[in-house]
Design a binder for this molecule. Structure first.
Ligand code: NAD
Ligand code: TYD
Length: 355
């Protein structure tokens, strides 16, 4: 029989890619628990509208009763935990929501999963997995010449977002060490691709460029990120779920480091081809603005372990991935218009007006 996964945060950017891939490949029946915050969007799941094996539940991971009921009712074979507050700049302005969802919410989910797991019959108990989706930002910042993060890099988070994700990672591992709950942890580098909420660097730059707005780079644009297409991240998560060893952590990254200035310049070159502006090259709109406080200089991930142990390789290159992403945003102006509502406009005002 087909397994069932309880996925949290599956209406967000990465979660919706994962859920859609799992349903299109008929890998699992999906119960998708999502609070539908500003970042959760049922439009992201449009392809699954008439799929009886995808059940979207509008609810919060902090609601322990609801989580327990969903576990008892659907008897999943795995929990795949994406739900989080995910934007560093928002965490600087309002850390409370990050502590609530990322730390406390993960704690609620773990507690409910443990009680459910303890009641499973032996065979199902062995096969059950709790996969926690996390970020490379928990490791803090690298210097220009440092080797990339590995599974043994010490944690050193600097933003309320990364600190709250670090807290959740520690809780997940503690449930393995203390209770034997069969957990898996993945820490991935920066994702990009279609359906990413336009508060993050790449979709923000595309959306600003097509509407003739400035392209705001924090500081001097020297910070380095390691970019991975969301589809490759989701394939890695599926592989870890299928073949990963309980209790283990797997780092996922695209080996595609770029300074923000280089990345946005490449994006502008793609936009000049696909959506030229009458005002001249898009790169003319690049504007250096006040830096993010505590801005991590550089992230880079070594995916050696997941490549070696599980045979993962990404299929997108950054160049083709960026072009596909630009094409998607240009072709999906309705999706963009719907997410750029009053709340979004207020966020743009709060984060950028005084920079
Ligand atoms: P996102 O902000 O696009 O989506 C988060 C989803 O979680 C939304 O659908 C939201 O409604 C839901 N959610 C938030 N709080 C909730 C709650 N209390 N209960 C239930 N649902 C809730 O985020 P994303 O970019 O898709 O990231 C997903 C996960 O991947 C996060 O855990 C994030 O830390 C991790 N991650 C993201 C990146 C990246 O580059 N975006 C990289 C590595 C890891
Ligand atoms: P972001 O997409 O917020 O991801 P993260 O902070 O989690 O890495 O930002 C990626 C990089 O882009 C980061 O160095 C901050 C920078 N940035 C800008 O320069 N301008 C912007 O408007 C945004 C949103 C980000």
């Amino acid at each position: 029989m087909k397994p069932t996964y309880l996925v949290t945060g599956g209406a967000g950017f990465i979660g919706s890619w994962f859920v859609t891939a799992m349903r299109q490949s008929r890998t699992a029946r999906i119960v998708n628990l999502d609070a539908l915050t500003y970042a959760g969007n049922p439009d992201n799941l449009a392809e699954l509208q008439n799929d009886p094996d995808h059940i979207l539940v509008h609810g919060n991971i902090n609601d322990g009763e609801l989580v327990a009921r969903l576990l008892a009712e659907h008897r999943p074979d795995a929990v795949v935990h994406f739900a989080a507050e995910s934007h560093v700049d928002r965490s600087i302005l309002d850390p409370d929501a990050f502590i609530r969802t990322n730390v406390l919410g993960t704690g609620v989910l773990l507690g409910a999963a443990l009680r459910y797991w303890n009641g499973l019959p032996a065979g199902r108990k062995d096969r059950f997995r709790f996969l926690h989706v996390s970020t490379d930002e928990v490791f803090g910042s690298l210097g220009p010449q440092d080797p990339p993060f590995t599974e043994s890099t010490p944690y050193d988070p600097k933003s309320p977002y990364s600190a709250s994700k670090a807290g959740s990672d520690h809780l997940v591992r503690a449930f393995f060490a203390t209770y034997g709950l069969p957990v898996l942890v993945t820490n991935c580098s920066n994702n990009y691709g279609p359906r990413q909420f336009p508060e993050k660097l790449i979709p923000l730059m595309i959306c600003n460029a097509v509407s003739g707005k400035p392209l705001p780079l924090y500081g001097k644009g020297e910070n380095v990120r390691d970019w991975l297409h969301v589809e490759d991240h989701c394939a890695a998560i599926a592989l870890v779920l299928e073949k990963g060893r309980a209790g283990e952590t797997y780092l996922i990254g695209g080996k595609a480091e770029r300074t923000n200035l280089d990345l946005v310049t490449s994006l502008c070159a793609v936009l000049d081809r696909l959506a030229p502006s009458n005002a001249g090259p898009h790169a003319n709109a690049i504007t250096f603005v006040t830096d993010r406080p505590g801005h991590d200089l550089r992230y880079a991930v070594s995916p050696a372990k997941i490549e070696r142990d599980l045979g993962w390789t990404p299929k997108h290159t950054l160049e083709t991935g960026l072009e596909d992403t630009v094409r998607w945003y240009l072709a999906n102006a309705d999706w963009v218009r719907r997410v750029q509502d009053g709340t979004y406009r207020r966020w743009m005002e709060i984060n950028y007006a005084k920079r």
